[in-house]
Write a protein of this length. Sequence first.
Length: 447
Amino acid sequence: MAAHIQTISFRHYKAFENFRVDLDHINILTGSNNAGKSTVLGSLRVLAVALRVARKSKPERIIVDGTQVSGYRIKEAMVPISLENVATNYRNGNSSIGFLLTNGNSLKLVFDRDAGCVLIPESQERGVRTAADFKALFPLSLTVIPVLGPVEHKETLKELETVTSSLSTHRASRHFRSYWYHFPDGFDEFAEMVQSTWPGMRIQPPEISGGKELSMFVSEDRIDREIYWVGFGFQIWCQLLTHLHRAEPSTMIVIDEPEVYLHPEIQRKLLHVLKGTGADILVATHSIEIVSEAEPQEVLIIDKRKTHAIHQSDNRRTHQPHTSLRTRSAEAVSTTSISASRNVDHGMAAKDGPGLHRSADLGAYLKQAADQGGRKTSVPDDVEGLLGAECIEWKPEDGRQASLHDDVARAKSAALNNIVSAHTPVDSSQEWDSSQIELPKVGESTT
């Protein structure tokens, strides 16, 4: 029976002095730039390499921080991150990442000045002496999909080893045709996935010419084009489906910023495709479309200044007085704050007056706060990056600690076409006059 990663714990590792991420089946990581999302994904990239080593060899005795442990030494050339700046703020001592599995066993990656990168397995059942022991106690497999780019204009056939060693790196896009040349057995299933998710497009297997140059043609409206001459979005989509096809045996699929080059409609479709794989999913994204398509409990907000990732559903259950919406940013996105007004370019393009923009949920937040004595404050950078609109700090005069999300849900249908939210910087000490904005009160119907 497969095991799943339940918790990732960081200690003195890169941006995280002491940080924890509790995972579920679907995990959408969001947050501002430099918040630590890539650090979380990078830890799983290292773990994926370490798992491959452990499945093929016996553990050895290694001195780590002056203590002898049984583990696996991961060669620096294999580690997909730089080991020069692993420690938080260049501090002395070891850095570590712990992975607690659902079967009670755990894996620990230690970055030691002398021993380098070491994987230490810890089992509640028995010790690990052989590769077979490791496979039995740690039935975990990861597929890491890197940030993808357009395919090469001209691609010569690459060796199988070159293709497989680059699958989790930025070089994967350069070997797209070569991959399907070496793994033709699954191509028909892949082509069917392409056609079913992108109607009207039929992709054909790679062809090779005398000079080992590969070509792949795509049929659209009975016209064949080499894939390089098709749109970048379609190229990225084909690569994503290729990685998902090869990931079928995996217990977890990890994807970094899959929204690059993809139309919003395709971004929304991607999450449904990912859920259909049956694997655990971990996605790092800035895409409002992906976040808004996810369920509240699936969204985790990463902020390296905190001690743990914040589940959006946690924010929904426990709203504390005088709490900034910075930690509630993904909630506003996922409950259609911006996507609800898609007819006006996702709530960002159509102005309704000086400095005012349509945004159903944020407008309701502002109205609620104004009516109950809230005061204006500019949004922290991480919220501004996600929502692009001004939010508020609020404390109801009656002391009620209800979730704003529930209020927003009631106001959504009534407010969709006429709610506005302030977008211009203001003096944070200035009192808000709710009469300046004509909005229905939260929970009030306009019909």
